[in-house]
Design a protein. Sequence first.
Length: 167
Amino acid sequence: MKGISVSVFPVGSKVIYPSHGIGIVEKLENRDVAGSTEPCYVIRFQRSGMTIMAPVRSSISVGLRGVIPRREVSKIMKILKDEKGNPIESNWNKRQKLYLEKIKTGSIFEVAGVYRDLYFLRNTKGLSFGEQQVFDSARQLIVSEIAESKGIREDKAEEMLMEALTN
């Protein structure tokens, strides 16, 4: 498209957007953002069908990234196997806020830590309604990215998660 600069993620790229998961860059469009014209990614999310626009210049700072390489999946498994995890904040409201901040970083490794911590908390103490939602979201983000990275079905990725957490 005329007037749009070269992008880090070309049209057709699969990308990860924090809290939303895997999307596909459908096109680049010039859009008016805060009074100036900027190139923006138009990203459609496979699971929800939702479409968002993300300015190219700020895409990295908001956590937009490519799918992790296959070899990085072992790092996720290592994080999940670490039963000690991080010290868990005693106040559920503060815990939930902390977990949401970690998910918003866009790092799958932070998301894995959140999932692991909530998995063990759920098995010992139980989760608040909000924490259960964060837990379910983290699980979906991890499962879908592992499946995409390894080229496997999501149910197989789910089995990998459970194996890492229980062995």
